[in-house]
Design a protein around this ligand. Structure first.
Ligand SMILES: [Fe+2]
Length: 455
């Protein structure tokens, strides 16, 4: 009888822990992953003399009536103009861009980097555009996001820590198959700094690799630690030099003074990008901007408040544990007061989703340092599982803390499908043997329109 009771007790204990959170048993190889070789097909340069390559777009203003097109030309500056219009055979509008190069480590010279912003666009409209001239014109298209409004739908892809391994390629392929409208990229793009001398050819290969998605839909950039590229040993002492030359952000449109922290409004979402690797202490430019920015959020128009930051504030993996803590202490209270819906982070190379928790009661003297369930708090998603060369973070803390809803050390991406002002459907897609698998899913309810609902 005692044994039966003991078994029942163990089963009950197991059920209680399962309700608290799931640690997925699925396991991938934990080894470092091979980077795709320089001659991989996804890195191939397009044919034609001085053909434009590495084409990518990002939103060019606050609300989606402008799009910034970036591309490089390898041999000489070439044309600096984007031709665009409503039909592929009638590109009747033009935008003049800028062109620049940079050097790296005394040995590398970048190709000619162009940026041009197409303005005066209509919302929710397909535009065709072309770069290059003569025999080397390359043509693409994109759709602008819907006009900001409470029920305007949009489906975001959520990708972080992508790199350029074979798993990275799977992640992009699976995201393409899922068909999002735009990507919120949570930092750590190409991992050039893992190569000797921060081999900047890896910035070029990565941009060729992701062109197949980012030339056709805006990716919104958050900077990670692999964008810092601080390398005094080779004379490179200006942080973020390759990233800022290659990846513009519309920071001025949201009254920011820094390339790395800014916001965009897309459909029913107000998305804030923060920089884990720029000053955020009190009185700093990022701190001041965020304080002002949260006052500018209009939930009646854009009910979904999403914050992207590279280093996670809640993460139950030993890998990078507590690295985001100082920023959490600085900003969490603001996000809880603002009833933010979702905080996206990367950096830790695994996947995790939390319940709605906050840890804002601590004041050094009262000892209240345990995260609490809080309907006003955001869900924290860690999506640092894009597939980079450093391999997986598989050292989860045990027992699984109550605030962790689901965690798994695998590669993948997520999608956030905002349906209307009250509901968004979220899925995490594991890269499993080349076939995308939905391994975690949830309906999120909006914190402004359904503030007491716990999901
Ligand atoms: Fe990182």
């Amino acid at each position: 009888m005692e044994r039966v009771l003991a078994v029942l007790f163990l089963l009950a204990a197991h059920a209680a822990s399962a309700a608290a959170g799931v640690t997925s048993p699925y396991r991938r190889s934990l080894q470092m992953l091979p980077v795709m070789p320089l001659d991989a097909d996804v890195f191939r340069q397009p044919p034609g003399h001085n053909a434009p390559e590495q084409v990518h777009i990002t939103q060019g203003d606050l609300t989606g009536r402008a799009m910034t097109v970036s591309w490089v030309t390898p041999e000489h500056p070439g044309s600096n103009v984007v031709r665009y219009g409503l039909a592929a055979d009638n590109l009747n509008l033009t935008a003049e861009g800028t062109v620049q190069r940079y050097t790296w480590g005394g040995t590398y010279q970048s190709p000619y980097i162009h940026h041009a912003t197409l303005t005066g666009l209509d919302h929710a409209t397909v535009y065709h555009y072309a770069v290059g001239y003569g025999y080397t014109v390359r043509s693409f298209s994109f759709k602008t996001p819907p006009k900001p409004g409470p029920d305007a739908p949009i489906k975001f892809g959520l990708i972080g820590d992508l790199g350029q391994t074979f798993h990275s390629n799977d992640t992009v392929a699976h995201y393409e198959a899922n068909g999002g409208d735009a990507v919120l990229f949570i930092g750590d793009l190409c991992y050039a700094d893992n190569h000797p001398g921060h081999d900047n050819r890896r910035w070029d290969t990565w941009a060729r690799f992701v062109e197949r998605s980012v030339a056709y839909q805006p990716w919104i950039w958050t900077a990670g630690n692999h964008e810092i590229d601080y390398a005094p040993e080779i004379g490179e002492t200006v942080p973020f030099k390759p990233f800022t030359h290659r990846y513009p952000t519309p920071f001025r449109a949201s009254n920011s003074t820094g390339h790395l922290w800014y916001s965009v409004k897309m459909a029913s979402a107000h998305v804030i990008m923060l920089s884990s690797y720029s000053a955020y202490g009190k009185y700093t430019p990022q701190w001041t901007w965020l304080q002002d920015e949260l006052r500018r959020v209009d939930r009646k128009t854009t009910p979904w408040l999403i914050v992207c930051v590279h280093s996670p504030w809640y993460n139950t993996n030993d890998y990078h544990y507590m690295e985001g803590e100082t920023m959490r202490v600085q900003f969490e209270r603001w996000l809880v007061d603002a009833k933010a819906d979702l905080v996206l982070a990367g950096h830790v190379h695994s996947y995790e989703r939390t319940h709605r928790v906050s840890n804002v009661a601590y004041d050094i003297a009262n000892g209240k340092a345990t995260p609490q369930f809080n309907a006003s708090a955001p869900v924290y998603v860690n999506i640092g599982d894009g597939g980079n060369t450093e391999g997986l973070a598989n050292s989860f803390r045990s027992p699984q803390p109550d605030y962790s809803a689901f965690r798994e050390a695998s590669y993948g991406h997520a999608t956030l499908d905002i349906k209307n002002r009250t509901h968004a459907y979220y899925e995490w897609h594991r890269n499993q043997d080349g076939v995308k698998v939905v391994a975690d899913k949830a309906w999120f309810t909006n914190r402004y329109y359904m503030p007491t609902h716990t999901n």
